[in-house]
Design a protein around this ligand. Structure first.
Ligand SMILES: C[S@@+](CC[C@H](N)C(=O)[O-])C[C@H]1O[C@@H](n2cnc3c(N)ncnc32)[C@H](O)[C@@H]1O
Length: 259
């Protein structure tokens, strides 16, 4: 059966076909913007929250999980592509599991973390919206959702500045890559609306600038669950203490890691 070439399912299928060259490209530092700016930018954004636990969504071959785990953070990396998770596991440095955003939205992951981070991995349409809706239930009190993605102004190209599916391309990558994954373009306004509609309040938007082009290399969003920001602001004594001891509603407290 042929897949819709512009669909969430096709994204995962394409990444499955490119697991090996992608692993090599990341580990050999073949992507300039990552080496020069965006890798450091996402690590700094996560560390700015001083997390003890992190969930790396769409972790790929696992570089960010390893980078954070080396700083004594307990990190779980998840990805829909088994071959990428296998590569991640064999490099070690984290707890890696196969899980798609759709499965996470359906409750597959029974963990609760201080930071959910997603580095250039929110590429789809409905799968991304489902993951956003599920995210608050996976975050501890004062937990943050941190997303680094293509800067809409830079990624728009010659197309109209409006949400919609775009064809993928491996321009600039080696000939080993095949069948590029499509992706769903979102305007800056749509990203901000997605956070708000999913119950998040944006705390910060960062625009790392590429040192050579002097243009935005990405955009990084840092958000907390909105009613928790309000609840904690109105009860400052809860900020630095164990939420469970202070009667914070159950949905704000940690769950044991059972899977
Ligand atoms: C550009 S790669 C980024 C990988 C990694 N975050 C990094 O920084 O190198 C995009 C990743 O998103 C994953 N992905 C895409 N759609 C997904 C979905 N629905 N569920 C889980 N992972 C997904 C792909 O398998 C791929 O590993």
């Amino acid at each position: 059966m042929s897949r819709d070439p512009l669909s969430d399912v096709k994204i995962v299928e394409s990444w499955g076909k490119n697991a090996l060259p992608w692993t090599k490209a990341v580990r050999d530092g073949q992507i300039d913007s990552r080496r020069l700016i965006t890798n450091q930018a996402i690590v700094e954004a996560v560390l700015s929250r001083s997390p003890r636990t992190v969930l790396d969504l769409g972790c790929g071959e696992g570089w960010l999980t390893r980078e954070l785990a080396a700083r004594q953070i307990q990190v779980t990396g998840v990805d829909a592509v088994p071959d990428l998770i296998e590569k991640a596991q064999s490099a070690g440095g984290g707890d890696f599991r196969v899980a798609s955003y759709e499965e996470i939205a359906a409750g597959k992951l029974k963990i609760s973390v201080d930071v959910m981070v997603c580095n250039f991995a929110l590429l789809g349409h409905k799968s991304v919206e489902a993951m956003f809706r599920a995210a608050p239930s996976l975050l501890n009190a004062h937990g943050a959702l941190i997303i680094q993605t293509l800067h809409p102004i830079m990624a728009c190209g010659d197309f109209p500045y409006q949400d919609g599916w775009r064809e993928g391309s491996w321009t600039g990558f080696s000939a080993d890559f095949t069948d590029p994954a499509p992706w769903y373009f979102r305007t800056m306004e749509s990203w901000i609306k997605l956070f708000r509609d999913s119950g998040f309040q944006l705390l910060e938007v960062r625009e790392p600038v590429h040192p050579k082009t002097r243009k935005p290399a990405s955009v990084i969003f840092i958000a907390e669950v909105a009613d928790r920001v309000f609840a904690l602001a109105s009860k400052p004594d809860l900020r630095d203490t164990d939420s469970a001891q202070h009667g914070v509603p159950a949905r704000f407290t940690s769950q044991p890691a059972t899977s």
